[in-house]
Design a protein around this ligand. Sequence first.
Ligand SMILES: NC(=O)c1ccc[n+]([C@@H]2O[C@H](COP(=O)([O-])OP(=O)(O)OC[C@H]3O[C@@H](n4cnc5c(N)ncnc54)[C@H](O)[C@@H]3O)[C@@H](O)[C@H]2O)c1
Ligand SMILES: O=C(O)C(=O)C[C@@H](O)[C@H](O)[C@H](O)COP(=O)(O)O
Ligand SMILES: [Zn+2]
Length: 359
Amino acid sequence: MDVLKVQASAKTYPVYVEENLRHHVSRFLPSEYTAILIITDEHVSNCYLEDVKQGLSDHRVYTHIIPAGEKAKSIDIFYEIHTKAITCGLDRQSLIIALGGGVVGDAAGFAAATFMRGVGFIQMPTTILAHDSSVGGKVAINHEQGKNLIGSFYPPDAVIYDIQTLHTLSKQEVRSGYAELVKEALLADANFFQELMSQRLSSLTNRQLAEHLTKGIRIKSTIVEQDERESSVRKFLNLGHTLGHALEAMLGYGKWTHGELVGIGLLFAMRVSEKEYATVLPFEKLYTWLKDNGYPLKLPVLDPHDILAKMKLDKKAFNAAVQMVLLKDAGQPEMAEVSDAELLDFLESFLEELAQDYH
Ligand SMILES: NC(=O)c1ccc[n+]([C@@H]2O[C@H](COP(=O)([O-])OP(=O)(O)OC[C@H]3O[C@@H](n4cnc5c(N)ncnc54)[C@H](O)[C@@H]3O)[C@@H](O)[C@H]2O)c1
Ligand SMILES: O=C(O)C(=O)C[C@@H](O)[C@H](O)[C@H](O)COP(=O)(O)O
Ligand SMILES: [Zn+2]
């Protein structure tokens, strides 16, 4: 089995990646817990909750099912998880397991970080995208006005990634997850980027998927180990997110997937980079790959001023100035401050380019 180790300041935690792990979770628990509360969503619970519970039959186990989708990263659901934890009698030696995609991981993780000021937490990702969200310790819920504005850094005790669960994902969710893999490739591994650009998502084999996920997790863990709390290089993992997050908040949480909008954000970051560094990036290659693989690229009509206002809520902003992750080349990210006037120009021409369908 592939077992990676991630070194955080508070602990080193294992990331297990293999098929069928959900049936044997007890084997992978890193310590004794007094009780376990599994948080999952309404889709994942139908497919996998029973399997996980059976593998934990030697423990006192409770479950709580939250709505599927981005709307569950809300203060109401967060409060609901706390209420459930209190009702079930969880104590400081108890464990919260997040069984699901990034939404469950982020919301349950933030509840675990705050319940009694922190209880045990294990990530059991069930989406491709969650190879990214389950590693690194970022946990959060959304504010109506902006993504992940209420959150914490709270590394898990372990990540148990049963990649057999990925077989039930919809095509849209496969696309969403691959956008984060493309982001990681663009940041750190130009060969991996080329490999992904020659991959049709509809013809992925299990082996290819496992290899891509392992490469993505390695890139992510290498970065977060250097800068857990995002004071320097971790900012690079936000490539494509300054615009992506702004659009998620503007278009209504959950209408588009996180990865779909990160895909558009990557294109925008490339265009800004090309202008800032007078360079040529593989914009056309990425655009064509996104299009060929069915990513939606047509945005509704949006006012660049409104987008800019949302971009300023980005957590990387400094003194009200937008800081973007740009690329000097594939594998060479840089942070740069981009002025409001420049951004308005870039946004206007980018939105026009997308509206004209580029080709
Ligand atoms: N914390 C981080 O570092 C980090 C990193 C990247 C993204 N995120 C966050 O992750 C979230 C997106 O995560 P996501 O894309 O996993 O979305 P998600 O959790 O909403 O899952 C997507 C959909 O797939 C369903 N689903 C999940 N697993 C399934 C399975 N195995 N089979 C069938 N259906 C399944 C879910 O019910 C949901 O409807 C966003 O909120 C984003 O901000 C966080
Ligand atoms: O782990 C990170 O750091 C990331 O930026 C990964 C992103 O893919 C992820 O979407 C993250 O939640 C964004 O963080 P935020 O701090 O911009 O909310
Ligand atoms: Zn992301």
